[in-house]
Structures are given as structure tokens and as C-alpha cells.
Design a protein around this ligand. Sequence first.
Ligand code: PEP
Ligand code: MN
Length: 339
Amino acid sequence: MIIQLDKDITATQKEKLREQLSGIDYEGNEVKTQFGEYLVAVGKKDFDIRSIGMMAGIRDIHRVSDPYKLVSKKWKINDTVIDLGDGVKIGAGHFSIMAGPCSIESEKQIESTISHLVENGISIMRGGVYKPRSSPYSFRGLGMDGLKMWYAKAKEAGLKIITEVMMVEQITDMVDYVDIFQVGARNSQNFNLLDALGEVDKPVLLKRGISGTINELLQAAEYIFSNGNEKIMLCERGIRSYENAYRNCFDINAIAMLKEKSHLPVIADPSHGIGVRAFVEPVALASIMGGADGVIMEVHQTPEKAFSDGQQTLSYKEAANTYLKMKKTFDLRKEFGKM
Ligand code: PEP
Ligand code: MN
């Protein structure tokens, strides 16, 4: 059950609400975010919610039976829109493309990617400065020095950036140099990291775990929301299956379902989703028809020389073509929506 509180609810009114809830054996968890104040109440008894809805200091009350609450569409039927400033918005009818290399490699590479994105009207650049790698001997990123250099150049060009945070300890250093924090598949259920990202006022793109279920992804998002941060995007990036003809099994079903179950924007990652350059485009287009609010993809000036994930990275020329097709596909989906 989600109880939305009035902005000016008094301490006495809160106390009365708590008494009422404990009378029916419900436990209330207070949640205060950038946008509102809520009491998420958990209990078993069936009762008439109007008895609480009528109390002073209550804005609204909703019964949510899902294991996740605040990220559920059962109480917030309108899609969430995330405003990055400067006219860049994600979700609720805006189509977003986030593109860039798997890893930030050098000043030259940053400059070249920025020119490519600006030429193609893309406003969000991706790139990793802390890289989770299967082998400890692979390139693991340029760290904070790389991030600072990248952020300065991106700002100058009017671009927003998204990059992965791997540890709670990195958040404070990174927070002033990112526009979106990415939580990678391997950290999808790192609950300490999710708690900590709930305490910052920066959007978070949360990837689905390598073997994570839809319910687990939504409950992971609930950690961030319930700690105070409503600016969350969900990301389908493929799951592990028995199939080994490609890197991961991109789950389009999940996109359609997440859009139905949650009000949060859903971003598709076809690069990691299939892991094969030639098929990134068709999977990207399919994900848009499946309901994605945006696509994050890997691009590089010379993919075969990329420090990581070159096999799934598009060249600038390939990517430019794909961006156009993605935008057209999004328009087509909107048309279908009207039919
Ligand atoms: C990445 O975005 O480069 C990445 C490491 O993604 P994932 O966490 O989905 O593997
Ligand atoms: Mn990658």
C-alpha cells in the first residue's frame, strides 16, 4: 500500500496515521524523495483503504499488491519523465539515444566520439571509466582522471554523459562529473550500491542482472526509489541462456512487460544484448517496436581497435545509419499506437 502524504503534513497527523496503521498490523516505511513524501505500508489484512484516505494530511492512497511498490504502475499510471536539463528528456514519449564507446580510452577518442555525436544530433554520450571485466587482466578503465577530462569536453560540446559506477565509495567523487549513473548487470543486486544511489539527486540507469528476473530488476529499482531517488531508468541488456551462438539472449519480452508493470522509462542495450556487430541494428529496431523509450549502444571510430567490446561496436558510419532508422522506427511505433 502506498500512502502519498501532503507536503505540509504535521507531526501529529503522521503520528495518528502510524497509530491507525499499527491498529491493523501494517508497518509503515517512510520515503522522502525529490518529488514527494510517501508511507509504504506493508501488511496482510484486508481493509477499506478509505478509512486511511480520509485522514488529514493524506494526499492519496493506493493498494499495490506487487512485491515492488513505488516503481509499480499500479499507483502511478503516467509514465515518468527524466529531465536532464537543456531540453534533454527521457521517457513519456521522448526517444533517447545514448551512444559512445564501451570504454573511455583517450582524449583523442573522446574528441572524435563527441564530433560524431554532435554531427548526428545525439545528446547523450556513454562510456566506461570503471570497467567490470570478466578477466582481471583486461583494460579496466581510466578512472576519475578520465572522467574529469571527458566531462569537461562533453559539457563544452553540450552533451550529457552516462557512465558506470561500480562501488559505493566512488559515488562522492563521481557525482559532480556525471549526468546519469549506470549500474551494470553485475551490480544489479548490489543493494548497498542501490541504497547509496537512492541518496543522490542524479538519474540512475539500472541494468538487468545477467540472470536477473523482471521481478528482481523492479525490486532493485525499488531500493533506489525507496531511498529517495525517483529518477530511475530500467535497462534490458540480455540475459544468460543455454544459447551460445551470440553473447546474451536479448529479452524483448521483458521490455514490453516492464512498460506494462512500471512507470519508469525502459532503455534497450542491443550491443550487450546480442554482442554481435552485424545484429545490433535489427535488435535495436525490434526493441523500439517492443516499447523501449531509448537505446544505449556502443560506437567507436575503429571498432576493431576498441579496448573493450569491439565485436559488438558500430563504426560511426554504421551508427549514423542506425540512428536514422531508430528514429523512424520510433515514429512508426507512435503511429501504430494511434491505430
Ligand atoms: C557496459 O555498458 O559496457 C557494460 C559493462 O554493460 P553490462 O553491465 O550490461 O555488461
Ligand atoms: Mn561494453
